[in-house]
Design a protein. Structure first.
Length: 76
């Protein structure tokens, strides 16, 4: 079996702004923000080519799920 990457997850500071950038600016298809009914569950999924999924999670939610401290954002 050939190894494949299926999901790329990015931690973002502002989920709404990131959604707008990738959807409106880059033209990627999405259902929008889902999972808001769950605590720390909001996420955006973009369907890419070859069944690749780009996932955007709020930094605080991803850090909590990974059980790591939230560190300051990188300026670059």
């Amino acid at each position: 079996m050939k190894p494949r990457i299926k999901i790329i997850t990015l931690a973002v500071v502002d989920l709404q702004k990131s959604l707008a950038f990738y959807r409106d600016g880059m033209g990627l298809h999405t259902e929008g923000i889902i999972g808001t009914e769950f605590e720390d569950g909001a996420v955006v999924f973009f369907e890419m080519n070859d069944d690749l999924i780009l996932a955007l999670w709020p930094r605080r939610s991803l850090a909590k799920d990974a059980k790591v401290p939230v560190t300051p954002s990188s300026p670059s």
